[in-house]
Ligand binder design. Sequence first.
Ligand SMILES: Cc1cc2nc3c(=O)[nH]c(=O)nc-3n(C[C@H](O)[C@H](O)[C@H](O)COP(=O)(O)O)c2cc1C
Length: 378
Amino acid sequence: MVKEEPSSDYDLSLEVEPPPALEALLRAVEAARNGIVLTDPGRDDNPIVYANPSFLELTGYSLPEVIGKNCRFLQGSDNQQDEIEKLRLAIAQEKHITVLLRNYTKSGVLFWNELTVSPVHNERGQLINFIGIQNDISARLEADTRIAEFYSMISHELRTPLSSIRASLGLLDDRAEVITRHTGAENAHLVSIALRNTDRLIRLIGDIIDIRKIELGKLELNYTRFGVNQLVRDSISEVSALAGQSNVEIKVEPGGRLHLTADRDRILQVLVNLLANAIKFSEPGKTVSVRVTSLPRSTIKFEVIDNGPGIAASDARSLFVKFKQLDSSDSRRKGGSGLGLAISRSLVEMHGGAIGVNSRVGEGSTFWFTLAKQPRAR
Ligand SMILES: Cc1cc2nc3c(=O)[nH]c(=O)nc-3n(C[C@H](O)[C@H](O)[C@H](O)COP(=O)(O)O)c2cc1C
């Protein structure tokens, strides 16, 4: 068999001056940081007819080594990947596709190739080429793995021992009187400080895990039908200790007997979060009110109204963004993670509702959210 010299009909080192637009296009393709190849489906086995420098850099092959070959050589013997089957089908049907493949460089090093293949047609709609764009996302996947490991460490190795510390401190705190009697009030006080801070850490870890689940789209809602009045009472009892310590009174403005179909635990979480914020930013002796009203189109509005310092309009927008705190020193002093409002916003929006704040500096704030009484088909 006569071995054919690797050749390319797309030898882009043109001997004639190309028109300026073509020259610019060529330079752009050659400068791209992604691998770019053209294949010729008119030839046997759809071989590569052009490869840009980044493709060669990515794969470690030289131009003569790749021209004339089908791209599958990058798979080595690892050619039983599900994504390859999808790719084969899309190519046969002349459709665009993006797949993630395990590929290997000339020296055998694995890289994760996020590959997009598109058919190229001429002005008569006939298939003339395929273009393949290769993106090595190994580093990104590596980083994703590290992040996943970090979250798993937080949720297991950190949360589990912390819960056991919490349980022990809780038992000690229950024996505060005995501790005071035998060892003095100072020790009982130390236990209560440790308990309070452990609770804070547990809440922070819960928030971090929630944000992660939301980001990954893994947070699922369990819809049930429940009474709103009881929900409000439960939210107030969850923050009653905080309200007591802060000497803030919580008032409820009666809103009738309303029912809601939603994830009760998650809506409780939103309400508790708004209430806790309102209490933290209220001076002792002030009042925080909860108002629930029925709006048109079967919508319920929850409002948490405080008489705190208020928020400037320019700051209000960034409040619901992850890790954004208006004044981080203030927030630290108040014991917030900066995640609560971002989580609340995601939870409300996952229900198809809206969340916001009306406020003026010096005039307190009203944090509100609306929910449909029944989940609406989306
Ligand atoms: C334009 C184009 C670029 C391609 N680039 C790659 C690639 O970078 N890596 C790879 O493993 N396969 C790539 N392929 C896919 C293979 O060439 C081949 O189509 C695939 O392995 C399925 O066919 P097979 O089952 O005959 O191998 C590309 C295909 C086309 C048309």
